[in-house]
Design a protein around this ligand. Structure first.
Ligand code: ZN
Length: 194
């Protein structure tokens, strides 16, 4: 398992709901937490590890010793409310890039946890922001899609650099073509999704 970087096509995939929680899914989640901690993140969505599943993990402290801060959201439904707030965001699929994003300050999220139980949480602050950011990933939406034109402009160079890097990987045969990527995602979805 590895984290894919912009503009990898899986980051634009809109995932379908998962049918069930089983041992394989639990092991995927454990690996996602591991990768997230290794890369100093506070949240990671399945798309970012090249999987077409409606699921993300969060630990807003980023501290692996704080297990009670670990949250898994499966088939989440997020409703946003409250006034909007601007704050700096980054994303593990855009290493070292940060930009201000405006989002509602609060949200309610309903989802399933790893035990298959339905959970509902009212969130505010950083946790609410992280949930909205990760939930966007499941719809193929990236934080750069939510930037003001001037903030996006300021990232133009580093984004082109990431585009060139992926193109380079592709030329060196390290990355399948778009059709192969889409076929693999469709196959995985057929096995696990609704
Ligand atoms: Zn992200």
């Amino acid at each position: 398992m590895r984290i894919v970087r912009y503009p990898h096509p899986t980051l634009r995939h809109k995932s379908k709901a998962l049918r069930r929680v089983d041992a394989e899914l639990r092991s995927i989640v454990a690996k996602m937490f591991e990768l997230m901690y290794e890369t100093n993140g506070i949240g990671l969505a399945a798309n970012q590890v090249d999987l077409p599943y409606r699921l993300f993990v969060i630990n807003v402290t980023g501290d692996p010793s704080l297990r009670d801060q670990e949250h898994v959201f499966i088939n989440p439904v997020v409703s946003r409310h409250g006034p909007s707030q601007e704050a700096e965001e980054g994303c593990l699929s855009f290493p070292e890039l940060y930009a201000p994003v405006v989002r509602p300050e609060r949200c309610t999220v309903t989802a399933y946890d790893l035990a298959g139980r339905e959970i509902q949480q009212e969130l505010a602050g950083l946790f609410a922001r992280a949930v909205q950011h990760e939930n966007d990933h499941l719809d193929g939406v990236l934080f750069i899609d939510r930037l003001s034109p001037s903030a996006l402009m300021s990232l133009k160079e580093p984004l082109s650099e990431l585009e060139r890097e992926l193109e380079g990987e592709r030329m060196r045969g390290l990355l399948p073509d778009d059709r192969q990527i889409a076929a693999r995602l469709a196959e995985l979805e057929m096995m696990r999704s609704e």
